[in-house]
Write a protein that binds this ligand. Sequence first.
Ligand SMILES: NC(=O)c1ccc[n+]([C@@H]2O[C@H](COP(=O)([O-])OP(=O)(O)OC[C@H]3O[C@@H](n4cnc5c(N)ncnc54)[C@H](OP(=O)(O)O)[C@@H]3O)[C@@H](O)[C@H]2O)c1
Length: 398
Amino acid sequence: MVRRIAVLGSTGSIGTQTLDVVRRHPEKLEVVALAAGRRVREVFAQVEEFNVRAVALGMAADDFAAAGADAPEGVELGFGSQAVADLVKLPEVDVVVNALVGAAGLVASYETLRAGKVLALANKESLVVGGDLIMPLAARVDAARRAAGEAPAHGPAGALMPIDSEHGAIYQCLIGEDSREVARLWVTASGGPFRGKKRADLRGITAEQALAHPTWNMGPKITIDSSTLMNKGLEVIEAHHLFAMDYDQISVVVQPQSAIHSMVEFSDGSVKAHLGTTDMRIPIQYALSYPERWDAPVAPLDFTQLGRLEFAAPDTETFRCLALARAAGEQGGTLPCAMNAANEVAVAAFLAGEGTYLGIAECVEAVMDACDVQAVESIEQLLAVDAWARNAARERIR
Ligand SMILES: NC(=O)c1ccc[n+]([C@@H]2O[C@H](COP(=O)([O-])OP(=O)(O)OC[C@H]3O[C@@H](n4cnc5c(N)ncnc54)[C@H](OP(=O)(O)O)[C@@H]3O)[C@@H](O)[C@H]2O)c1
């Protein structure tokens, strides 16, 4: 059966790679809706290629008019965050690929599961911010899929499929295992472009230097997060929610070759690792093909060329964002939401040349200190905390 997908963030790194997976499997996947931010010409070219009617742009209608681009004939075009969230509810959508960047993806993740659809999730910030609301919804969709006979006979029911390569790896290592026998999740990190550097070496780092990631080619926000290790901190929180693991059972290990995408350690000391070529089309495709496996979208890993595999503990004194994110996750409630928003503001300021590289962690810590942490109750509450934290962060850019 053809899976009909909505791709949110279709012009970005994950979005364009998702469309490449669709190109390779046109008999199995059909794009029925697209959402993007400002790259209007790119999204309209995608509309023509994939013959899509439903499109949402994150920008305001006035900005679109000012840009002077003509929408292709027959396209139903919506504007703003509500239009993006509405797209996921269309009856023709089976699976939503959420490849938006930042907390802007939260409402779309929430509405996808509320509508009973499968969520293929790249937007890790959704879980960091709203995991307490999203995971119960995912459990509800899983139960509905089981009741309707739509879930596979063995393994998870597949309502929430992680696209992050680390979480896709753990997801696969856990299949067929008893969750009570899982001792530890090992989340691997490349270490980023500044691996081995100390704080003194990081003063005066420019955006251009921080954007040069050694193993992955990604959008600017996640590339900066990878260099500060905030990305790994967000992934620890994501793993906590996705796999219902306590934080003291989630460890980070630096694996500079990025060949091991993550590992699961069991109670008898056995460890399962997931390896593969460093190409996001593999985890994207798995999130869309589960429980099946389709032909590889890229050449598989050639172990004779790999050379060696190295491992090291992360340096959380230099890369403080990892420790800050873990602390936010451990305290829980609305703190991860505030932490994430502060990071988004500080990263944007750094990219715009308005803040320093080391100032990112300082800003995040200051906003965390100022946050009045509450239990998570609703999406509206999280949006209010996000807005408060963004204002607080803007006053603390340094
Ligand atoms: N890239 C990777 O390899 C990778 C790996 C694992 C996880 N992820 C996660 O995947 C997500 C996307 O990352 P990325 O690297 O693909 O980012 P990216 O290249 O910056 O793409 C972001 C996409 O979101 C769109 N967008 C931004 N704001 C929007 C808004 N308000 N409304 C509608 N669309 C909006 C952008 O549209 P315009 O460009 O048209 O403005 C673009 O299509 C992030 O959460 C990231 O952490 C990425």
